[in-house]
Design a protein around this ligand. Sequence first.
Ligand SMILES: CC(C)(COP(=O)(O)OP(=O)(O)OC[C@H]1O[C@@H](n2cnc3c(N)ncnc32)[C@H](O)[C@@H]1OP(=O)(O)O)[C@@H](O)C(=O)NCCC(=O)NCCS
Length: 324
Amino acid sequence: MRVPEPGIAGGADRAVSLCAVGHRVRVAPVSAEDIAPYAKAIASSRERLRVWNPVSASDLGWHLSRQSPDHRTFMIHALDPGACAEPGSEPEHALVGKVNVTNVVRGRAQSATIGYDAYDPYAGRGLFAEGLRLVVGLAFARMPHGMGLHRVEASVQPGNTRSTVLLRSLGFRRRGAWPAYLLLPDASGVERWRDHVTYGLTLPEWPAEPFTLPIRRVPPVAVVRGQGAEAVLAARRVAAELAVPLLRTDAFGAGGDEALAAVLADCPDGAVVLWPAGRREEVSALLASAGLNPDQVAVAQAVHLDDVRAVARFAARAQALTVG
Ligand SMILES: CC(C)(COP(=O)(O)OP(=O)(O)OC[C@H]1O[C@@H](n2cnc3c(N)ncnc32)[C@H](O)[C@@H]1OP(=O)(O)O)[C@@H](O)C(=O)NCCC(=O)NCCS
């Protein structure tokens, strides 16, 4: 068979909107012709998909009826379906997978959520990853070839390592964690609100290197000055509010400032430092040796952090100082 050249399908003179061709797969928006192969793909893959993403054959008709610039379903097709079939048998279908690009918010967000599945016998052979890369490229490509988006996100259950590593292999970065994010059944069919981790990419980051780390930014660092149980409690509350570690000076012992500075410098998401009230000048030296600008570090006396409102205000101030 003739294998099309990889890239946006159609070439410069006959560009086909929302289509792309890779080395082993091509990607196109869902059409009525996909309904029958989809039913076969689902039938062979349902058991594997059930745990993470319950699907039914009627899903595709539902998505097909909703296609618009703000709701796209991309089908990933194998260019050579025979390559994955059992020797001597014909493949039942050529669908590698499906990617929904939905929850599109236009205006100043230009964002969307992606959800996806890979189908047997193509799953686990690298074809889906190639197709998802093409879909993300189309999501970011300008209209009418693409969807013209600026941000794409996907949320994954922490136990779904395959999906997580797939996103990381495309350069998606971890953006945050959600408790009780989606109502989904477990392996035994019991539905429960499941925790998820959100991964995302923006257009300036694309195409992204595999497994790229977060872009280094100024993390929120706060210093709480004080001693005793009340000060520890206040510092703990600030750390919880900012979702960062608490570094207690007393835990590093006498002469431990160097170690504390080293640990602080290795806190990529920031930290709260509980610092003795009396040691005023050394805190600047500590921040400097951790590579931090004291002007971007919020400092408060523990005695002023005596209620939840004061803690939230101080944490918000620490966060605001991170804006470069
Ligand atoms: C998540 C999911 C879509 C990934 O699809 P997939 O077909 O397994 O993904 P791919 O094979 O394309 O992705 C890369 C994997 O293939 C391997 N691979 C890459 N190229 C390959 C090749 N030429 N031959 C064989 N394997 C290859 C990679 O090493 C990687 O495997 P690894 O993580 O074990 O190292 C699929 O597992 C799935 O349908 N899961 C259930 C539904 C689901 O979780 N949906 C997402 C909810 S957030």
